[in-house]
Ligand binder design. Structure first.
Ligand SMILES: Cc1cc2nc3c(=O)[nH]c(=O)nc-3n(C[C@H](O)[C@H](O)[C@H](O)COP(=O)(O)OP(=O)(O)OC[C@H]3O[C@@H](n4cnc5c(N)ncnc54)[C@H](O)[C@@H]3O)c2cc1C
Ligand SMILES: NC(=O)c1ccc[n+]([C@@H]2O[C@H](COP(=O)([O-])OP(=O)(O)OC[C@H]3O[C@@H](n4cnc5c(N)ncnc54)[C@H](O)[C@@H]3O)[C@@H](O)[C@H]2O)c1
Ligand code: SF4
Ligand code: FES
Length: 807
């Protein structure tokens, strides 16, 4: 019998410990992971990039649900552990799942600290810690414009940059007299402030918030000095507190966090702690490098008790705000025992400071040019004696380096390229050479370098170019880590070789993994359906959870249900039915969506088929990569400005394209005059009525990456509009990469090229419309399909489960 290992916390440290454990001894434990959040393990660090619009939530998943299955790990997600009985060695979750353990790991991370201010409980006051916070900010930016971020540390500034990117006006409220005072000295901090103000942030130093004012929703802040500020969103980023309540209740010894020894053992036998919830030698860390080091030690200890212990870490940080290079490590402030080298180049706007104590580098701050950071960190970690060195050798000038080669080329092999994961130049070069790696993704997969904050990606790319002699920046981008083929090559092969199944594509094109991954499986499923719309059987298991169960999962593990309301038009019968369903299932929140329909939030998964059945309405596809809604204005029948029947055209469009699968979501709108009440200017397809005609605008985006749509053409009849939209969407379906929005696709290929195919080449236009009609000819409402199909309900896990709690 295998020993039972239970992990509390599905975050970065807990799962890294399991990854290390699986590498060392994959079959030793029977593993269960409890996660409070309703997601598989994701890269929390990259939430800043999601907010800043550089990546999407789906892309920051580190280990998808398949990974748990493949490694025989049971994941209980969306369900926190509520109680641990150390006598019977059993954990109990909030929803009643119980598991016994032989060994137990606490990896519960931290909670954001929320200032206990009057008004802090108002709607619109949030932290920035998880996917839900990130999504709340993105949604809020669609309706509100003024954001205040309290806290000018790393998190606050990354949040502020993200909110600026979302089109909000951003004020940063900071308590001390300099930004990032825990990482930067006064000079670097001043330069940072200047740069961020140039980017558009308004920064208030020495400001203490006294109260958050407003009604139900926050409307502003009042400060101790009598000043005030309007804000419809307040993000608190004033530090974190280790999440140790459960550990305390369990009886573990705690200080600032759970006390652990060098093998991550707590005060209780066979109970361990790792990550931000652990306190080691009086230090609690809040960055991933030390947590990954702890995870490695813990994994070794779980495999062989006789291993080296964890001795603490030297930490460094970099701010992830584009256009600002900031690095800080160790002791960066001057004291009586330290001396420092400072180089301030006012022409280049760079500042470098290296702090030396007892002939050893003990800290550094770099602003504007952080290329020296790996070397400085390496000196700090090795404790190198620098008494014989001088300014020119500790901080060599660029021209000296230019003569001799690039910074990466000059690095010794034992220097870290990837700080987050502790991967040296030598390890990366050996992996490239020994395993014939040719892409950054392969290096990431093989060594972990660039897998966390991504800050080292330029150096990894450069090393790859140096080691292979090929320009790695020009390398084609493979679809994912399972294949060397790009999306375009895969689609071409599907067409040319007549491939019809996911497995067949993988076999024929030599996939490196047996079952693919969360990136390629959904993409292949889409491409195969797009190329063979009538023959291909959609593979639900290759879809993301929302598309699989035809509802949107919420932060508490329940789902939201959005029935279709064509053109945003409803009637008393529909409204009565929705009200009855809401009463019957005690729906906690009914909300009118931005797409003009009604969202029933908080539905338990097992009730979904009954809810759909009782509603008797069709699915609104609010969860999928497909045609979502057609928003309409009231138009000519009621509005005195309306010149066209916007509702009629909107309903016609929605009925025509309902259920269509597309590379990414498609939102449409029809406004009956240029006043544009349906917001046609920010939709994938936005129609605007003008005197005697319709303008068709395309490739707008109202989300993170706000983009105004572009005029495709002006047409006279609704038939012409529908045909043109069909040609445009079909061209997009066939040419865009999976998960590419119309805005990015049109930006990539150019509107003129799109016009040529969709409007000018009559033959091609007719063929596109015909292929679209074929794709639409085989639509079935997914809810209807599941309601009477018990086998499908079983497969999708809709069946009611009985769980008993024994405490
Ligand atoms: C926006 C953002 C950007 C960041 N950027 C960087 C960066 O650039 N570099 C860097 O080094 N660090 C960065 N960090 C910090 C880094 O993300 C954390 O240090 C790291 O995630 C901590 O890992 P952890 O596993 O200890 O905690 P977490 O990743 O928070 O995981 C803990 C998990 O345990 C769950 N949990 C808690 N209680 C229970 C329970 N009772 N039962 C079940 N589950 C439970 C939590 O919900 C959580 O999912 C950033 C953090 C944020 C929020
Ligand atoms: N790039 C990165 O490495 C990165 C990015 C984001 C988050 N993180 C980590 O996430 C954690 C949380 O980050 P954080 O920035 O919230 O914590 P932090 O402790 O680093 O910074 C909090 C900041 O808030 C300020 N502050 C405190 N009370 C305040 C008040 N009442 N009003 C205004 N300002 C106040 C402090 O002066 C401090 O500068 C940290 O562990 C951090 O290292 C790291
Ligand atoms: S877009 Fe024009 S027609 Fe439509 S509701 Fe607004 S003002 Fe009226
Ligand atoms: S330095 Fe963060 S991933 Fe490499």
């Amino acid at each position: 019998m295998k020993e039972k290992l239970v992990v509390i916390g599905n975050g970065m440290a807990g799962i890294r410990a399991l990854e290390e454990l699986l590498k060392q001894d994959a079959h030793r434990y029977q593993i269960t992971v409890f996660g409070k959040e309703p997601h598989p393990n994701y890269n929390r660090i990259l939430l800043s990039s999601v907010l800043q619009g550089d990546t999407e939530v789906e892309d920051i998943i580190l280990n998808n649900y398949d990974w748990y299955d493949e490694n025989n790990i049971e994941l209980v997600s969306g369900d926190p552990v509520a109680y641990v009985d150390t006598d019977t060695q059993t954990v109990y979750s909030a929803k009643g799942v119980e598991r016994s353990y032989d060994r137990l790991i606490f990896a519960t991370g931290s909670n954001p600290f929320m200032l206990p201010l009057p008004g802090a409980d108002k709607e619109g006051v949030i932290a920035f810690r998880n996917i839900q916070d990130c999504e709340t900010m993105i949604d809020t930016a669609k309706s509100y414009k003024k954001a205040a971020v309290i806290g000018g540390g790393l998190l606050g500034l990354e949040a502020a940059r993200g909110l600026l990117n979302l089109g909000m006006k951003v004020d940063v409220i900071h308590l001390s007299d300099s930004l990032m005072e825990q990482q930067l000295d006064a000079e670097a901090s001043r330069m940072l402030k200047e740069e961020l103000e140039t980017q558009g942030m308004k920064i208030h130093l020495n400001k203490q918030t006294e109260e958050l004012v407003g009604g139900n929703r926050v409307e502003g802040l009042k400060f101790k000095d009598g000043d005030s500020l309007d804000a419809d969103l307040v993000v608190m980023a004033v530090g974190i507190r280790p999440n140790i309540e459960l550990a305390k209740e369990t009886g573990l010894d705690v200080g600032k966090a759970i006390l652990v020894n060098d093998h991550m053992e707590t005060s209780h036998k066979n109970i361990y702690a790792v990550g931000e919830c652990a306190e080691h030698r009086e230090v609690v860390y809040g960055l991933v490098t030390p947590l990954f080091e702890q995870a490695k030690v813990l994994a070794s200890h779980l495999c062989t008790e006789d291993c080296d212990g964890y001795e603490g870490s030297i930490v460094s940080t970099s701010l992830k705000v584009s256009g600002v290079d900031v690095f800080s490590a160790g002791e960066f402030m001057d004291t009586e025992e330290t001396k420092s080298i400072r180089v301030h180049d006012e022409f280049e706007d760079t500042f470098k400071k290296v702090v030396v104590r007892d002939n050893q580098v003990v800290g550094s701050v770099l602003f504007g040019d952080t290329s020296d950071s790996p070397r400085i960190l390496s000196m700090m970690r090795s404790g190198q004696d620098v008494s014989e060195m001088n300014k020119a050798t500790i901080l060599p000038s660029e021209s000296a380096e230019d003569n001799a080669g690039s910074a990466v080329e000059l690095m010794p092999d034992d220097e870290n390229i990837c700080g987050c994961n502790g991967v040296t130049k030598g390890e990366i070069v050996s992996a490239i050479k020994d395993q014939g790696l040719t892409t950054v993704n392969e290096v990431k997969q093989c060594t972990n370098a660039s897998r966390s904050c991504g800050g080292c990606k330029p150096q990894v790319t450069e090393l790859l170019s140096l080691a292979t002699g090929e320009d790695a920046t020009q390398a084609k981008e493979p679809m994912c880590e399972c294949t060397e083929h790009s999306d375009e090559e895969v689609v071409a092969s599907i067409r040319e070789m007549g491939l019809t199944h996911i497995k067949e594509v993988m076999n024929v094109l030599g996939w490196e993994t047996e079952d693919g991954c969360s990136k390629c499986r959904p993409a292949l499923n889409y491409y195969l359906g797009m190329v063979n719309p009538l023959e291909y059987d959609d593979d639900a298991n290759s879809r993301f959870v929302n598309e699989r169960v035809h509802a949107n999962i919420q932060n508490d593990g329940t789902f939201s249900v959005v029935p279709r309301m064509y053109g945003g038009v409803t009637n008393p019968d529909q409204l009565r039915t929705i009200a009855d369903v809401a009463d019957k299932y005690e729906v906690p929140l009914l909300k009118v969506t931005g797409g003009q329909r009604i969202d029933l939030l908080g539905i338990e998964k097992e009730n979904l088929p009954d809810v759909w059945n009782d509603l008797g309405m069709r699915s609104g596809y609010a969860y999928g990569k497909g045609m979502r809604t057609v928003k309409t204005c009231v138009g000519e029948d009621f509005c005195r400005f309306g010149t066209q029947d916007s509702i009629g055209l909107g309903i016609e469009l929605e009925k025509k394209f309902e259920g269509l699968n597309t590379p990414h979501k498609i939102k449409m709108a029809v406004s009956a005059c240029p006043r544009n009440c349906a917001e046609s200017g920010i939709k994938d397809v936005g129609i605007v009525g003008v005197e005697g005609a319709w303008e068709v605008h395309v490739a707008g985006n109202g989300g993170v990456d706000l983009k105004k749509s572009e005029l495709l053409c002006k047409l006279e009849t609704s038939k012409e509009v529908i045909d043109t939209v069909a040609a445009f969407l079909q061209h997009y379906r066939e040419q865009a990469k999976y998960k590419e929005r119309t805005s990015h696709w049109v930006e990539r290929v150019g509107l003129d090229a799109v016009k040529k195919v969709v409007l000018e080449d009559e033959e091609e236009r007719a063929a596109l419309i015909e292929r679209m009609d074929i794709a639409l000819s085989d639509q079935q409402d997914p809810w209807e399909d599941i309601i009477d199909n018990h086998k499908k309900q079983q497969d999708l896990g809709f069946e009611k489960k009985e769980v008993s709690i024994t405490t």
